[in-house]
Design a protein around this ligand. Structure first.
Ligand SMILES: *Cc1c(COP(=O)(O)O)cnc(C)c1O
Length: 425
């Protein structure tokens, strides 16, 4: 009730009452919970309800809420000063940690959001190649910079159109859209726009249309296609970076992109993101190169403190193995619950990223994801929430499994899913 009251007030002062659209719960027909606090695997609304959390600030909080080491690091940093706009040793420590985790990254630039990281990667790719076109994949999200806010027009790779008003056609026409997991559609774009494409950008594991894994050989083929066409390959690992291993999806699939975008986890819940890659590309950035990029709060002391504290914990050699065990447990539990209730689901999972699509079909691209039953998702979401399980309020968002979740939390989640599926039947 307090949440509803707050939401009504917020509507007066902020468009839609929120500062990022998905928070408004528009795709699940509810009004949003207002959050009071989070601790470990739990999030608490201002009415005092406790929920087991699978959002983790959209994947940023792989350690769960208010991890003591992260909080301590941020508090200590804040006491010494929240921002200097001048170099600090912590920036180099974080940069070194990132470079050591990725073979493909010689140098990084720290920024404050994933959007900014992608915007910089795209500018670098255009400058490095002297070309203007960018190829992206349908259903992949790369933040909200103009060049990335396009959707496939009819005829797929041939055309794209602005996703929303305010994005000039002149700019959106420079972004081509191919189908995820379909190398032929990317090849077609490269053929039609020969020597014009600066870079292909992709989420190596798509995580913004629900979780969609790359088919075996797809990323390798894309790497080859970029090489043949002298275009750069940009991996947007804003979600997958440090989510699947100490590094990115590129370490798992053994592909070296030319540029990598990081965000979410590397800030440990404080605004921090990065773009990194080969020195000869990164050195194009100002002040040593001609490509301008800057940020008043980039590499800010609170962000670097949270990031370093988080990455130190992730470095533990058993960290990802433990996370995998819990993730498997949840995966099998959900599958079993759906099966027992004869609810058709396809669960896509890699590591601690999981999506439950209400369809019998395999989900391998955006069209497949969109064909799942969104009505059933809405009912699933609402019932899980009633059972005090906090899921992302959209069928196209993943479940993020944090290291703070206990076996008991997962058992409660599976139990809630069993009840929910029985009711949905
Ligand atoms: C969240 C996200 C972004 C944008 O990051 P922000 O920090 O929200 O600007 C970019 N790419 C991917 C893959 C993301 O998931």
């Amino acid at each position: 009730m307090k949440s509803l009251k707050q939401f009504r007030k917020a509507l007066h002062f902020m468009p839609g009452g929120v500062n990022s659209p998905v928070r408004a719960y528009g795709s699940v027909d509810c009004s949003p919970l207002f959050i009071a606090k989070g601790k470990g695997s739990k999030i608490y609304d201002i009415d005092g309800n406790e929920y087991i959390d699978y959002v983790c600030s959209w994947g940023a909080l792989i350690l769960g809420y208010s991890h003591p080491s992260v909080v301590r690091a941020v508090q200590a940093a804040a006491k010494k000063g929240t921002s200097f706009g001048a170099p600090t040793a912590a920036e180099t420590t974080l940069a070194e940690m990132i470079c050591s985790a990725f073979d493909s990254i010689d140098k990084v630039r720290l920024v404050s959001s994933g959007t900014e990281a992608v915007m910089t990667a795209v500018r670098l790719a255009r400058a490095f190649t002297g070309r203007d076109y960018i190829l992206k994949m349908s259903g992949c999200y790369h933040g909200h910079s103009d060049s990335m806010l396009v959707s496939a027009g009819s005829g797929s790779a041939e055309f794209s159109k602005p996703l929303c008003p305010g994005v000039p056609k002149a700019l959106s026409s420079l972004t081509l859209v191919a189908e995820y997991n379909d190398i032929d559609s990317a090849a077609k774009a490269f053929k039609k726009y020969k020597n014009k494409i600066a870079a292909c950008i992709i989420e190596p594991v798509a995580a913004n249309m629900g979780i969609v894994l790359p088919k075996p050989g797809y990323l390798q083929a894309l790497r080859k296609l970029c090489n043949e066409n002298k275009a750069l390959l940009i991996f947007d690992e804003v979600i997958t970076g440090f989510r699947l291993c100490f590094g990115g999806a590129q370490n798992i699939f053994k592909i070296k992109p030319d540029l990598t975008c990081l965000g979410k986890i590397i800030g440990g819940g404080v605004p921090c993101a990065a773009v990194g890659g080969k020195a000869k590309i990164m050195n194009l950035l100002s002040p040593i190169g001609p490509v301008y990029q800057a940020g008043t709060l980039s590499g800010n002391p609170l962000a670097t403190a949270a990031a370093i504290a988080t990455l130190k914990i992730l470095k533990d050699k058993d960290f990802y193995a433990r996370l995998e065990q819990n993730s498997i447990y949840l995966h099998l539990g959900l599958l079993d619950a759906a099966k027992k209730a004869s609810i058709p689901v396809t669960i896509n999972r890699i590591g601690s990223l999981l999506s439950c699509f209400f369809t019998q079909k395999k989900v391998e691209n955006f069209s497949d994801a969109k064909s799942a039953d969104t009505k059933l998702f809405k009912a699933f979401f609402a019932s899980m929430l009633k059972n005090r399980i906090y899921l992302a309020p959209s069928p196209f968002e993943a479940m993020f499994i944090s290291a703070a979740l206990t076996k008991k939390d997962i058992e409660k989640t599976i139990f809630a899913a069993q009840n929910t599926f029985k009711r949905l039947k």
